[in-house]
Design a binder for this molecule. Structure first.
Ligand code: AMP
Ligand code: MG
Length: 269
């Protein structure tokens, strides 16, 4: 079951209950794991053909609140992919150099080259999310960005890059549990940022900002998908299934060697 794109212009409630596993997802841990494994294998196979074909790229954008599962999704869904065939970029607070350019500058250089799956852990959407919520630029500046982002993504798609954007949607309670777990587990402490608590207090402001980003930037050429992400295995299954469906539609093909080249086999001593 792959996800449906957010209809352009739709302002979704993004309520806590929307973060629970939806109907239609395979039931039971065993089945879910089995089907996800098959989907990941399919992504891995199609990625190899995409790389060999070397004409098109796929860009997968992952957005979500702190502890929504962006890192886990990268590990579980894209971990088995040939490292040469994918490129992960995690966008942090912009550096002084990045800030001296327009906000899309650092994004464009990180866009995947032909044959590659680009994976964005956060993205240019931070420039209408954290930047808007914290008032890091005046409202007229961030207001213009929705149209600029749509034009930028259109340009990417017109030049051979398919764009898929996932919002990993968790509930307030699930985030609280995961943040507590970060403090309780020595291997996860490092992920806890004191700033995360301040962000959590701005929950409703972020919800508003996400509603606008999804409504204004889910387009036929670069759709947004809302992933109910309270349950990790369901989240992995849904992302894997949606990415596999897109790669199936792209149907990358291995380039065929020239018959003259194939004939050289007998000359290999
Ligand atoms: P993490 O994903 O936990 O590594 O944290 C990265 C941090 O960088 C988050 O707090 C983001 O909100 C922040 N960040 C990413 N992009 C931007 C941006 N364009 N402007 C301001 N902060 C950003
Ligand atoms: Mg963090």
């Amino acid at each position: 079951m792959s996800l449906d794109p957010v209809p352009p212009g739709a302002r979704l409630p993004l309520a806590d209950e929307d973060a629970a596993p939806p109907p239609g997802v395979p039931e039971g841990k065993k089945q879910l794991v089995k089907e996800t494994k098959a989907l990941v294998k399919r992504i891995e196979e199609l990625q190899r053909a995409l790389y060999a074909e070397n004409t098109r790229a796929l860009l997968v954008v992952l957005q979500g609140r702190d502890a929504a599962g962006k890192d886990g999704t990268l590990r579980r869904v894209f971990g088995p992919i040939d490292p040469q065939g994918c490129r992960v970029t995690s966008f942090k607070r912009p550096t002084p150099l990045e800030l001296s350019h327009d906000y899309l500058w650092r994004i464009h250089v990180a866009a995947p080259p032909r044959g590659v799956i680009g994976l964005f852990n956060r993205s240019h959407y931070e420039d209408v999310l954290v930047v808007r919520v914290h008032g890091l630029v005046p409202e007229p500046v961030w207001q213009q960005r929705y149209d600029q982002i749509n034009a930028f993504e259109r340009m990417l798609t017109e030049n051979g890059t398919t764009v898929l954007k996932f919002f990993l949607h968790i509930s307030r309670e699930e985030q609280a549990e995961r943040l507590r777990a970060r403090l309780a587990n020595p291997a996860k402490n490092w992920k806890f940022d004191e700033g995360d608590l301040g962000e959590r207090k701005r929950w409703d402001a972020y919800t508003e900002a996400y509603r606008d980003a999804l409504a204004r930037c889910s387009t036929p050429h670069a759709p947004w998908f809302v992933v109910p992400a309270d349950h990790k295995r369901t989240r992995n299954y849904l992302v894997a299934s949606t990415v596999a469906a897109m790669l199936d539609r792209m149907a990358p093909k291995y380039p065929r060697a020239d018959p003259a080249v194939l004939g050289l086999a007998k000359e290999i001593a």
